[in-house]
Design a binder for this molecule. Sequence first.
Ligand SMILES: [Zn+2]
Length: 303
Amino acid sequence: MSRGALITGALAVALAAAAIVLAVVTDGGGSDSTSPDTAPTASAPPPEPPPPTRPDDTTPTTPPAAEPAPPPPAAEPASPRERPVVWVQAGHAEPREPGYRAQTGASGGPFGGEIGFTTRLAAAIVQRLRRAGVDARETPGEVTPNMAPGAAFVSVHHDVPGGQALVGAASTGGGENYYHGEGTPPPSPTPYADSAPHRPATAVSPQVASRSAGLARSVARRFGRIYTPANGANGSFAGAITDSGNTRVANYYAFYRSAADARVIIEAGGAGTDDAFLGRIDLIAAAISEGILDDLRSRGLLA
Ligand SMILES: [Zn+2]
């Protein structure tokens, strides 16, 4: 019996020791399972603090912000001083306007094609206008961005052989021309069944037509002075075309893609007869720029 008791006691001691070892092992292994538990517990607290903290921070911050409200009035006087925006379109330059993509411009001229002339002239005009304090921006044939506002929109071109120089203004009573496909004549006031889709259009209000006529006259006044045989011009200059009589000019599509307050198109001369003149980019750019500046000053948009 005593042996049995001893054995039992030894077993009890052994079991107790085993229990301790198991407990230690379990705790050690349990540390892994503790991590996951700790993670969610730790992540839970963060979300809670932010919500209450932000509202509190925002609330006290708002009152002070409302107090310095005076700044806005001070910013208002700056708006009249903002530089006027003038868009200068290089006629036919890629990418071209949907519905007119086939109209690549007149051939010939001093640069082998109308685009060679319009891209050079538009860039030169933009440069001069910027030097004069105007926010001048160039756009290709596809008016970009479409329907953008501005003080003026000026599109530059040269005509085909036999054509003449002129300055055309946007006018009321018409609309843009439609062609077969992407620009195959003849033009039509309404879409053909095969006309390529046109983009959304603006309108020409009486006020826009009036300002466009004024801009056309200002540009024509300056341009007329340099369109001379002495400068290589051997064709004719029709001056400012301010009515809808000349549909090719009055219905120029870009007049209906611009939201500028005044919109004009300039045909600087005809290929061939005016080649010597058309090659004088700086001379022409100076005259057109001065005409635009005259108009902006007369409208009180430039000092
Ligand atoms: Zn053209």
